[in-house]
Design a protein around this ligand. Sequence first.
Ligand SMILES: [Zn+2]
Length: 311
Amino acid sequence: MKFKKIHIVLFAIVLVVLVPLFYYLLNVDAVNMGITYLLSGDVTSKNKLIKDGDFSSLYSLLNLDNGGKYQYINSYVSNLGLKPQSIRLTSSGYSDIFVTSKTEPSAVKKVLFVAHYDTYQSGAGALDNLGSVSVLLASLRNLKPRIDSGAVSVLFTTGEEDGLVGSKEFVDSYMINNNLKYDLVINLDCVGGGQPIIVSSSNRTGLLLNFFPFGEIMFDGRKFVGDIIVTKPDHNFDRSKFNVRVVSSIVGYSDTYSFTSKGMNALHLSSDNMKAIMDYSHTHGDTSELLDQNYMDSTKKAVVLIGNNYR
Ligand SMILES: [Zn+2]
């Protein structure tokens, strides 16, 4: 077959006009993440977690029920010379665990790190969300001077899987009753399955697509849904400063929402393995196999960097 001039012109139009237009209209990050999602097959990690390494707490936590996890986190924190406080929830028998210092100089900018320790089902929940808990536990030693000075606090919530119960009570009553304010809240959920990224806080989890001029719609791995509330992260909070990428086309529903829905500056720290997050969280397949030692290391690095340098 011989190419006619019209073919070359059409090809040029597609290449120069339609492809960039397509990317613009659909949002580049979302398209890239969507393609990655569709093409990724095996989601298990390449660099297996070192069992007795920095994140060994994960293996202990995976075998415990929620009450056991509560005990484990409490003694882990106490053994570091920190004082964990229990915030008993009125709506359930369980408690949040709050690691903070009594000395709170008002001149210092305050950061709160959050991760929920409850899991959707016992025996699973490595990605969602015991990986995040073990990252925070492993970071405590590095953050201790900042915790002692009152600049950094850490909150392990429960009841996230039952509708953000623990974080809601913390925001709606504990923070108010104790007059607590934070300049930055970082909530970790589903970290360690991929590169650490800051995503949008939302009332749903999935990929955000912008169908201009119709507005934003979300793909959750199975279906497209509208009716979403999205708080996009601050893009100044970037890799150059804290070694973490901001991807606002991924939206995550987590404890972050308890803070952003009240207008607080809260960021959702997750990972860019959407396949693992959308297909495996809340299933028995959410095992330690989904977590990668290198990604866990870089997430911890980001947490320590933020905790020690946000001011
Ligand atoms: Zn979660």
